[in-house]
Design a protein around this ligand. Structure first.
Ligand code: EPU
Length: 335
């Protein structure tokens, strides 16, 4: 395909919230070598650059005045090391999970049905049901928009943390992820400790396939499908609080759940639980709403603008701050 930069492109199909904002310039990148031309175009016209996969963690609140690079390169390849798979950034993450299962490569079953692309997975170090991407991550290839060179980045280079990595910060944002290499296990290594997962599996043989099926069933029952109703999964991160703070909160809220973290002084508490106490499920502001079944998920109920969603999110976080003294941070990137 001839490389082309389009002008004034409606981003509705390119963000899972389905909000309508325009990109001044837009390029569908199927061949990573086109990034050189895209970089020159942006430099010449002094444009900022935004990299998008399926836009499943992005909320647009304004038109984007620069160049959007829609990463749409495909390909998967087994590398010489046993269980080592390289996948192109534009591949669908869920399809890679299915491909691994079919080819007896194990470990990422719990990450089934996470919307988005392979290239987006390291940006927020996707995680679910006790498993995080960084456990399987070997390296990635990225195009450096500053220098025009290809970089190979190790796990340490990526600075992974809970829903975070160097790609969410500057200078990381100048890097366009082209492919990701994962090390999968050749023998099943199942993680079924997450609350609720073992219950769904009760009475069944626990195999990679049954865990994959259980994860798909749990996600489908709790989380809305972005193809049916616009959303970006969890809107906020689960906050970390000190153990002292947890004890004082539990005087008023003895049921407040909490999980230990690597830091002995800090626990993670579910933002959904805090929001649920404040009655947020199902509430609406303009076209935006909180999902009826999950208080952490904001949805585009009826032609919501990005601003509707953000205003609702601000009200939600203020109510949590007021009642619990906890600051919620957004997980979704607001552009
Ligand atoms: N809960 C409520 N009310 C609700 C929803 C949940 O009280 O409306 C309670 C649940 O009972 C449970 C706790 O909150 O005690 C946690 O709920 P859940 O298991 O649904 O997980 P979560 O903490 O809300 C996180 C991730 C999800 C991931 C699940 C499963 C974050 C921000 N979110 O959600 O990831 O799928 O755990 O591992 O860490 C995403 O990042 O977009 C995402 C969906």
């Amino acid at each position: 395909m001839v490389f082309e930069i389009q002008e004034q492109v409606d981003l509705t199909p390119y963000n899972s919230f389905g909000v309508s904002q325009m990109a001044a310039y837009f390029a569908d990148i199927q061949d990573p070598s086109d990034l050189r031309q895209a970089r020159e175009f942006a430099a010449l016209n002094r444009l900022s650059v935004l990299v998008l996969g399926q836009g499943s963690n992005t909320l647009f609140i304004n038109d984007y005045p620069g160049l959007v690079l829609y990463m749409n390169n495909r390909g998967r390849q087994m590398l010489p090391g046993a269980g080592m798979l390289r996948a192109a950034a534009g591949e669908s993450w869920h399809e890679i999970v299915r491909y691994c299962l079919k080819n007896s490569l194990y470990g990422i079953e719990n990450l089934a049905l996470i919307p988005g692309t392979v290239g987006a997975a390291p940006v927020q170090n996707i995680g679910a049901y006790g498993v995080e991407l960084d456990q399987f991550f070997v390296e990635l290839e990225a195009f450096d928009l500053k220098t025009g060179e290809i970089r190979h980045m190790s796990k340490a280079d990526c600075q992974f943390a809970y829903r975070d990595s160097i790609f969410k910060q500057d200078p990381g944002q100048k890097l366009v992820i082209l492919s990701v290499t994962l090390q999968l296990a050749l023998e099943p290594a199942l993680e079924i400790g997450y609350a609720g997962l073992a219950d769904v599996l009760a009475g069944q043989q626990v195999t990679p396939q049954s865990v994959f099926d259980a994860i798909c069933a749990i996600r489908s029952s709790k989380l809305p499908d972005p193809k049916q109703i616009g959303n970006a999964g969890s809107f906020f991160k689960n906050p970390l609080v000190s153990k002292a703070k947890l004890l004082s909160l539990r005087e008023s809220y003895p049921e407040l759940p909490a999980w230990n973290t690597e830091d002995a002084d800090l626990v993670k508490v579910p933002a959904a639980w805090l929001l649920d106490q404040k009655g947020w499920k199902g509430r609406r502001r303009g076209g935006a709403a909180v999902h009826e079944d999950h208080a952490l998920v904001l949805v585009n109920r009826d032609n919501a603008s990005g601003e509707d969603v953000v205003l609702l999110a601000q009200e939600m976080s203020s109510s949590v701050l007021q009642s619990f003294g906890i600051v919620l941070q957004t997980e979704v990137q607001i552009i």
